[in-house]
Design a protein around this ligand. Sequence first.
Ligand code: SF4
Length: 322
Amino acid sequence: MSEAVLQVRNLQVHYATPRGAVKAVNNVSFDLHRGEILGLVGESGSGKTTMGMALVGLIRSPGRVAGGEILLNGRNLAALSADAYKKVRLAEIALIPQGAMNSLNPVTRIREQILDGLRDHNISLTNAEADDHVASLLDKVGLRPQVANVYAHELSGGMKQRVAMAIAISMKPKVIIADEPTSALDVVVQKRVIETLQEVQKELDASIILIGHDMGLMAQTVDRLGVMYAGQLAEIAPIRETLTAPQHPYTRMLIESLPSVTEKKPLRGIAGLAPQLLNLPSGCTFHPRCPHCFDRCITQVPALRGTDPGRWAACHLLDNRT
Ligand code: SF4
């Protein structure tokens, strides 16, 4: 496996509430390797979007990064001031936000929205250079240069998503966080947007964290998959192994709950509800829903540990595998 460009170590993101701290990301550690696409899946509230926002320094009050490190090429971004983070964001690590289609400014032409990011980094271009740069970015994401002159409402959902991608790659970052980049798009457009993301990744030699909940999309797109539950990583492994031999009971149940196209079988959900982050269960947070729960699960938090080469999981059932 290639070297890690991003190393997340014991990351914690808390939101202050009158009833106490909500631990939206709770001690999460993983590596993102050069040139890979790492998927992050989990139910709503599992912490995956908060994780993405934390990586690009966009956690706002009442939230805060309460601990841990975000090492980008060895530099700890979690220790940067807000101003210093602004210089890193877009230039080295960029976000394609959730609902990117709606994140575009309705009253500013696309050209200006793409150039705004560069201006924030004090990059000044002549008009001709700016035109060329915008046209080349639009071309990279499969859009015609004329798109520069229109407003967001004149574009389809898929085109707006591509514009959001063009903005994210405008300074050639080496790490891109794509948060549900295909939600609200029909399947044909979804496929094209993902293909564009893959092309952009190859061209920039970038690494991508793809956040989502669509396991089918993950299966076709990512190299490795991280499964989040209640703010923690339950399992992280190469996608093929995850799909064929999941190790964590939650991952297994997630995969078993997927409908099959080859056999007719009753749809199976995961019994129970995801826990409230303000009031997490003791021990393993999955224990109230886990069919394999035993005594230790109720009292001891399972650590995320290496189980097989290239695989990590947090479950007491796997404690003897290392
Ligand atoms: Fe289930 Fe226990 Fe493993 Fe948690 S630690 S997933 S409760 S078996």
